[in-house]
Ligand binder design. Structure first.
Ligand code: NAP
Length: 540
């Protein structure tokens, strides 16, 4: 069943020609509601606004907003002039947005709004379907959650003239989104609930699942009108806007930061390819165990939000295993062996489960590299650079495969702890180039985007023709890999580990196997898109 949530795009410009161009660009991109931001079109006359919004598709809803500076807009006029201009233009629109504060200001304010609602309309949609223009009563708080939110929402819902309730506030935590979901789901009138800022993106992405009246997106990444607003193309292509409905299962990547993660593009592409009713979102959870715990307890307390599983990345992998230990969740043998959890599954009946799929991804990538270079792992001298989360999974995998492992890390204390835990050797970071291993694995972040010419290994130090595996996947081809190839070495890039660990996550969540090629293809597609100017998600 398809959802009915409108995809709203704010439209504004300094000239009528550009306004018209933006309108058609938004329609082409898939907008089903256009919000004309009159306060951002100060140079355009009323006649030209009417021309710009004439003869548009009848099923497209047109919303008129003339936001005051007190409410985050740019209209310099006093309230009466501001509402009078809206009244003059209202017949060309289906909906008008008025702030609750303005509505409450005086009987004169309310009379002007009622007049704007009552005038005969030009638009077929309002005449045929609703018979009159509809009123959106809105509340905004750019600092945080409004203290009087519940009372104000009730006041909007109780107001007979109000057709749609809109609330937007600046999210202080990703948990604010759960409150927005409840408003969308349970408000007695159609509702728009937006958490602004990078911590609020879930409220925009998942609005159709909770039956919101609309969610706002920008025409492109440069023209957002509110913090955290996503581009329409990202919402539709990456976050599966058109496929969402009330029963969509929600998955996500928990980390801080998460905006660089390739996982949403990859998992969503596989959900689309396999026609799975699921969506995958980035979830920014502040550093520290307590932040992760608070988020996961919220997931547990609100099963109606539909969260079923998570990828876990920096800095929460070790927090995730601690959470499972504290709440009595099931930790599988691989996660126990690695000492970290990068994948969580949740079911309201059976509770939490955790595993580590980096281990399986590392085994697959190393095995592919060995086959490519016709080498055997037994007794192979492997040098692992780095002693963080990735290194932990790689070292466990190499030891289990039978390699002779040495770790070198910039911070020696971290390397010595890991070496002792897995019973492997240690080498100081400064002397790493003096060794001549048969396998070099980079588990540091040196060479990662944006510093793509950096390398953890000197360009002429490939004596003995080692196999070189770089776990970095952004960029796909690192300086280390380029140098190794130039020296005649076989190489394996991080995408092999990434796609295999992602496929293992699917299997852990869904309980069914998936063809490895499906994730290889999705990973290659997401990596190619991430270098396009408006490709995969890189910022919010
Ligand atoms: P992490 O826990 O933060 O560890 C980062 C490691 O990089 C530490 O060993 C750190 O050394 C080292 N490092 C950072 N800057 C350095 C510098 N300038 N010089 C020398 N060493 C430096 O991160 P992680 O989760 O292990 O991730 C590390 C890399 O693995 C990332 O590039 C990530 O993309 C990649 N990875 C790939 C996959 C995949 O599926 N392909 C999965 C997970 C991770 P110190 O201890 O001295 O700080």
């Amino acid at each position: 069943m398809t959802h009915t949530t409108r995809l709203a795009v704010p439209i504004f410009s300094e000239t009528v020609d550009r306004l018209r161009e933006s309108i058609f660009a938004a329609i082409d991109a898939g907008a089903t509601l256009l919000e004309l931001r009159l306060d951002l079109c100060a140079e355009i006359s009323d006649d030209n606004v009417r021309t710009a919004v004439s003869n548009l598709p009848p099923n497209l809803l047109l919303l008129l907003t003339n936001r005051s500076s007190a409410q985050g807009g740019e209209c310099p006029d006093d309230d009466i002039d501001r509402l009078s201009r809206m009244d003059r233009l209202a017949p060309w629109f289906d909906l008008i947005d008025v702030e609750l504060e303005t509505w409450r200001a005086s009987e004169r304010h309310r009379d002007l709004v009622r007049q704007a609602l009552a005038e005969p309309g030009e638009r077929p949609a309002q005449v045929e379907v609703h018979r009159r223009r509809r009123l959106v009563l809105s509340l905004h708080d750019f600092r945080g959650r409004p203290k009087s939110m519940q009372n104000d929402l009730l006041a909007c819902a109780d107001e007979p003239s109000c057709d749609i309730v809109k609330i937007a506030w600046h999210a202080r935590s990703v948990r604010d989104c759960f409150e927005a979901f409840e408003i969308m789901r349970t408000c007695p009138k159609p509702a728009i609930a937006v958490c602004m800022g990078s911590l609020g993106v879930l409220s925009r992405m998942l609005a159709p699942k909770f039956g919101a009246f609309a969610s706002f997106a920008s025409l492109d990444r440069q023209t957002s009108t509110a913090p955290g607003q996503l581009a329409i193309r990202d919402l539709k292509r990456t976050y599966r806007w058109d496929a969402l409905d009330a029963s969509t299962a929600v998955f996500g990547v928990i980390g801080h930061p998460v905006s660089h993660s390739l996982s949403p593009a990859v998992h969503n592409a596989v959900f689309a390819e396999t026609r799975t009713n699921a969506a995958y979102v980035p979830i920014d959870v502040a550093p520290g165990y307590e932040s992760l715990k608070a988020f996961l307890l919220e997931v547990e307390a609100k099963p109606q939000a539909g969260f079923r599983g998570f990828s876990v990345t920096i800095p929460h992998k070790e927090h995730a295993i601690r959470f499972l230990r504290e709440c009595g969740g099931a930790i599988d043998a691989i996660a126990e062996r690695v000492g970290a959890v990068n994948t969580l599954a949740f079911d309201s009946d059976s509770g939490w489960r955790g595993t580590n799929t980096d281990y399986r991804g590392a085994v697959a990538a190393i095995t592919a590299g060995l086959e490519k270079s016709s080498r055997h792992i037994g007794g192979l001298r492997a040098l692992v650079l780095g002693a963080g989360g990735a290194s932990r999974a790689v070292v466990a995998a190499l030891v289990d495969l039978g390699a002779d492992v040495t770790i070198a890390n910039r911070t020696v204390e971290r390397a010595s702890g890991l070496a002792a835990e897995f019973g492997v050797q240690l080498m100081t970071w400064d002397r790493r180039a003096e060794s001549s291993p048969g396998l070099i694995v980079n588990c540091t972040s040196v060479g990662m985007t944006p510093d793509t010419t950096a390398t953890p290994w000197s360009g002429d130090g490939f004596a003995g023709n080692p196999l070189v595996f770089d776990t970095i996947y952004a960029p796909a081809d690192t300086q280390l890999l380029r140098d190794a190839r130039a020296a005649g070495c076989s190489t394996v890039g991080g995408s092999a580990m990434f796609s295999n660990q992602a496929a293992a996550q699917w299997e852990f969540w869904m309980g069914t196997s998936i063809d490895a090629g499906t994730y290889d293809q999705a990973t290659a597609g997401a990596m190619a898109a991430s270098v396009e100017p408006f490709g995969a998600p890189t910022d919010f």
